[in-house]
Write a protein that binds this ligand. Sequence first.
Ligand code: SF4
Length: 326
Amino acid sequence: MKQFQYTRAVSQQSTIDAIAKPGTKIIAGGTNLVDLMKRGVTAPDKLVDINNLPLKNITSTKTGLHIGALALNSVVSENSLVLQKQPLLSMALKAGASPQLRNMATVGGNMMQRTRCAYFFDVSMPCNKREPGTGCGAMGGYNRMHAIFGASEQCIAVHPSDMCVGLAALDATVIIAGKKGERRIQFIDFHRLPGDHPEQDNHLAMGEMIIGVDIPDNNFAKNSYYLKIRDRQSYAFALVSVAAALDISNGIIKQARLAMGGVAHKPWRLFDAEKALAGKAATEENFKQAAQIAMRDAKGYEYNSFKIKMAPAVIAEALKHAAGLV
Ligand code: SF4
């Protein structure tokens, strides 16, 4: 591993000043960054440890819930406000990684984690995300875990997070701080599709840091569910996952929120399926129809086309659980 400098941040402003310099990265839980450094995928000159910054709070606000960027995944998943107001987020967090990793991983770090595409991690292989212009090892390689939505000729990787799928479904907002002050971005717009620049995972600019997320109040707490299908029951990334949230009144769906994981370069919101469910009865038949609508733009590759068959069943099943039909 390349030698690097390590420093502890004394303030948010000093962190922003530090990360404005090329080669400087933030470290919090380090559950992804340290792996990437050990393998030579990334080689920062300097790490700024932000664990001492006051960004661990989970609080009720006038409009919803605020979660600081340094709140641990394990703490968020067991927090009483989260369990009461946004149980879908708790379910998504508990589906991710392992208890040990959730005890180290932060909300901000979870959002910043990079794809687990095996070709991205193997520095002997071509990868446009790791080294732009070198090609994509996965495109003609073993692409079983890869994207069925929103991929490009440059990259077919998927975003690995479960938490982010939950936050995308819950219409969360990301709060970002930088030299020009704070800005907010809709969670669903935070991560990017690969396009011609797969090296860019998200819309965070140089010198900016995530300081928290806000989740607006909603009526989904009673009828929400996170369903993750994976190769083993724990400590495995999603083949397909679905965050489903329904606002049901007298058996009729007033509003629906659906997002998928394991299928795209970012958490994949199923807007057309959500629209199709609004105003319909909460029945298995309607859930199956919405699931088919969600799959219209799916495209498979040599080894991952099974996801196109699997995903509608996972969507319908997640909706059945959310509606209390299971
Ligand atoms: Fe790299 Fe993306 Fe291709 Fe994986 S899918 S090898 S991350 S360019």
